[in-house]
Ligand binder design. Structure first.
Ligand code: SF4
Length: 289
């Protein structure tokens, strides 16, 4: 067992006896593959109820001496993510740095699927940065309306296009400090463009999935995206910053949803002490959700 992984212990209340079936059937170390249907005996559902019962009686403070960011534990998490999602990339459809920048701005408070529905026609209609720079935000609004917050997004996209044309010769800059001068671009968007297009690891993308799952996995206790990013940059090796974000984003879509995460199918399950798990073979920790 990796250092930093809490040995299975009964809850003080004894109510955790009800998770005994799962404890016996789950291996101490996962194969790294989703365990759908494998570890739950016939006739026993993964039981979202167990999570609820643990929340009532089995969620405890992390034991003294437990270090959730111990290098061995973090390495084990990264290994399992590699096995689960070996070659994931950015889900936003794009063919250039500019298209990725626009798609990322449009993805705020929206889904990638929704953005991918809008952008092909958008880039057909306005094929260059210069074409966007010639618009007013009001002209762009109807084209991006379905992504939500369309007035602000139109302002950001048109403003970024104008700045790129006037200050950067029509090329999306590949430096963090320059990207941050563009309207509507904060560190998350800049990290997406730098990592996914320019292959530069200047930071870790912290979107809603990375925010939630990093807390569940106790890689951070922060709530502010910039502080979360700083924590992740300290505990994750730099060469993994880009892939880690992609993997966690996919994990958040497939298994570790905000509501009712599919913990019984999760290859990280016995490393995860999140207080809002729906099923658990290990003690759940207060504050890890
Ligand atoms: S909360 Fe559940 S689905 Fe999410 S990482 Fe933990 S065990 Fe996996």
């Amino acid at each position: 067992m990796s250092r930093g992984v809490v040995p299975r212990q009964p809850a003080r209340t004894g109510r955790q006896d009800k998770v005994r079936v799962a404890r016996v059937s789950l291996p101490a170390k996962s194969s790294g593959r989703p365990t759908k249907g494998r570890d739950v005996p016939a006739g026993k559902k993964p039981a979202p109820k167990m999570g609820v019962e643990n929340r009532q009686g089995g969620v405890a403070a992390a034991p003294k001496g437990y270090n959730p960011v111990a290098p061995e534990r973090v390495a084990e998490i990264l290994d399992r993510l590699n096995q689960l999602y070996p070659a994931v990339t950015c889900a936003l459809t794009h063919k250039s740095a500019w298209e990725l920048l626009v798609a990322t701005i449009l993805s705020a408070q929206s889904t990638d699927v929704n953005v991918n529905r809008v952008t092909p026609e958008l880039f057909r209609k306005y094929p260059t940065v210069e074409a966007f720079a010639a618009l007013t935000p009001e002209q762009l609004e109807p084209d991006v309306r379905s992504t939500g917050f369309f007035r602000n997004k139109s302002k950001s996209v048109v403003g970024a296009a104008k700045r790129i044309v006037s200050d950067f010769g029509g090329q999306v800059p590949d430096e963090m400090d320059q990207l941050l001068t563009l309207p509507g671009v904060a560190r998350k968007t800049a990290n997406v463009v730098l990592g996914s297009w320019f292959r530069k690891a200047e930071g870790v993308v912290v979107d809603t999935h990375v925010h939630r799952i990093s807390r569940r996995l106790e890689l951070t206790t922060q709530n502010d995206p910039q502080k979360i990013e700083q924590d992740l940059m300290k505990v994750i090796p730099r060469e993994r910053w880009i892939l880690f974000s992609h993997q966690i984003i996919w994990h958040g879509r497939k298994l570790c949803m905000a509501r009712k995460p599919k913990c019984a199918e999760c290859a990280l399950e016995n490393l995860c002490h999140a207080g809002d798990k729906t099923w658990s073979t290990v003690e759940m920790h207060k504050g890890a959700e």
